[in-house]
Write a protein that binds this ligand. Sequence first.
Ligand SMILES: *[C@@H]1O[C@H](CO)[C@@H](O)[C@H](O)[C@H]1NC(C)=O
Ligand SMILES: *[C@@H]1O[C@H](CO)[C@@H](O)[C@H](O)[C@H]1NC(C)=O
Length: 834
Amino acid sequence: MASPKLGFGLLLSLVLIINLRKSDCAFNPTDNYLINCGSLIDTDVDGRVFVADNGSSWTLTAPKDAVANLTNSKSVSSLTGSSLYLDARVFTESSSYSFPIKQQGRHFIRLYFFPFDNQQFKLTTAQFSVSTQDNTLLSNFKPQPDSSTAFKEFSANINHDNLILSFIPGNNSVAFVNALEVISVPNNLILDSAKNVNSQQNYQGLSNQVLETVYRLNMGGPNLSPGDDDLWRTWGTDGGFLLDPDLAKNVSYTGAISYIDGVTSPEIAPRSVYSTATELASQSSTLSARFNVTWKLNVDNGFSYLVRMHFCDIVSKALNNLYFKAYLNSLSASNYVDLSSLSANALHTAVFLDFIVEVPSGSSNLAVSIGPSDTDGVVPDGILNGLEVMKMSSSGPGAVIDPVKKKGKIGAIVGAVLGILALLILAAVVFCCIRRRKKAKKQQSKTWLPFSINGGTSQSLASRTSNITTATSGKNGNLGYRFSFVVLQEATNNFDENWVIGVGGFGKVYKGTLRDETKVAVKRGNPKSQQGLNEFHTEIELLSRLRHRHLVSLIGYCDERNEMILVYEYMEKGTLKSHLYGSDLPNLNWEQRLEICIGSARGLHYLHTGSAKAIIHRDVKSANILLDENLMAKVADFGLSKTGPELDQTHVSTAVKGSFGYLDPEYFRRQQLTEKSDVYSFGVVLLEVLCARPVIDPTLPREMVNLAEWGMKWQKRGDLGQIIDARIAGTIKPDSLRKFAETVEKCLADFGVERPTMGDVLWNLEYALQLQEAESPDSEVNSINRIVELSSQVQNMNNPGSVAEGGMVNNSLNDLSDVSMSRVFSQLIKSEGR
Ligand SMILES: *[C@@H]1O[C@H](CO)[C@@H](O)[C@H](O)[C@H]1NC(C)=O
Ligand SMILES: *[C@@H]1O[C@H](CO)[C@@H](O)[C@H](O)[C@H]1NC(C)=O
């Protein structure tokens, strides 16, 4: 039963490995026609041979005497182009090349023109059209006699056995071409959908579009010729298009550039494009220095354009430092370009974003802008590594509107309506939050966002480090250990930027080593007011009471010189997220994954029930679950908020910073967080653990982008097994998977009251592990015994009997816990007002 699945998993990994290998070799197109039109000899250009126009593997169909070869009598030494422009094929009547197509799909069609005259033909006044059997590529095209050469590149999906390329002379004119290319390209080069910035809706159906390349720029770097690009593309420089060059600067990176398997590759764009960028010039730390960098491009009006922005974070020293906005013609393209999440948490990694923009008739400008984020605490910055602008043509002669396309349209409309709804809700929430935030700011300016902590297991550590720390006493007796600033300076190599292992709204997290070699994680808040410092103390005092082996331990703190620094135990193996995807870390098996889920569930359960006041984590995600050297899970970053406004503030930034896929949908409705919000987020983490993919992946087809939605779609069909991580798919026992999937589904219930408590979740996960470890059907009795045992271990569990049946909690009890939570909050708000 398990072996075919395992086999499939192996096959899949094998396919992945092969793909990986292939992307390292240069691309080798299946269809590859390069023709030196009108010439009787082959020509070598940049290592490629354009063959003589004698129709060996293709055919030219033309009326008798309608075709002539023409050789340029003018000196060509002055031409910037190449030997391809020496000869031309001239057509006095409609004529067609027919190329057999071995690999249906998208192809580049490149046409080279250079108009010259002789006694017989005047190419300088020629006017003609070029079309495929499906689309018109050029309509009444007139090569400009004053411009030396014209080069046109199109990409079109060819779903026939032949490509028929026709040259149709206009009235009293001839048609001609100097050289042409027909090349198959990888299928993932052009995706089917992209966001339309005019409607802010998702556009589907790009596969049916013929695209004409109008700009292809290598930002901040040199021109790239076809020989520098796996698909023989030409990249220009961007400097000439900058609206205000003083606002921009070149940046480049000489290290290795990575690609994301299956998403980017050298065929999307070469490394040399990603290794240079144009960056906002002034990164002055004064937040008032805000401006956009804009490239102004001339385009034909009345058309839509597919705009591809290539990005690669070559400027940041650490992840999560670079956030900015992108605009097309002053319309928001992306309000929050977050390269760390786009690249699945890796620097120097190639990513791209596609947008569609409509250029109205009456305007012939396309303005592409990068601008600073207005999120609090984000340094104004922004980069662009590469830009492609492709003109979309509407369907030409012979195009078929098939039913599939219509269905796609309905899907797009439904998707768009849902998308708008989501945007409106988000906008409303953000608006409310901003208003509340402003109000709060008037009352007091508080910049310190309290976060985490507990004293916990630092006992032994403390004695080891006692020579360099001062044990606090009296009022601060609970605060753990007070480090002197100098000690932490030394431990972190003077807060070396290269030692940053994380960044959050509060400041940065540095890796550090104390004098006795103890590794620590040092969180440094931005020092501000004395007021903040008091709260910092209260916070540590409160949190120091939380001690649990599944919560990351606080070792100490430093409040010298108005600093607000917290020192935690260092978690050797990093985040759970990094073990699931986007890294080369070894695969975790199902039992390990379950143990990690169970450990984190214990930590959260303790937060919710372990002290008199329930504590809501608010930002449960795989990046906040850390693993020690034995892969034991500990929950980190369980920030506490004292006031409503601040709660919202951290929330908004949380949401925007990419934890969006984890956010409780009920939060949108009620704008109130409960423990059940953590349960929802934890459900998303469980799915992430099962499927090993990002919770939001904008590069996937629409219905797959949001993992929670996608996972629930399959679970509702009873077939969640279809989308699980191929590396473990065959190893999960069906019973274990069923239990796990049910648990996920309950956690992701729309309403908080329908979701289980963390205690129930923990119990169900333990059960899933039991089912996985059960030797044979005989041991079922044993596992039931074990389960009874377990249920008594879980603290504060409401009703084990009802859990076993439905995993639901008693509603009245649950409501009670909500009441007690809101009481906690109002109490906190009150004390804040004093
Ligand atoms: C940026 O780089 C391009 C290409 O290397 C170069 O032409 C341009 O002058 C540079 N601009 C600046 C401001 O250095
Ligand atoms: C950048 O451009 C957009 C669109 O024109 C505009 O709304 C925004 O205010 C600009 N940002 C800055 C900092 O100038």
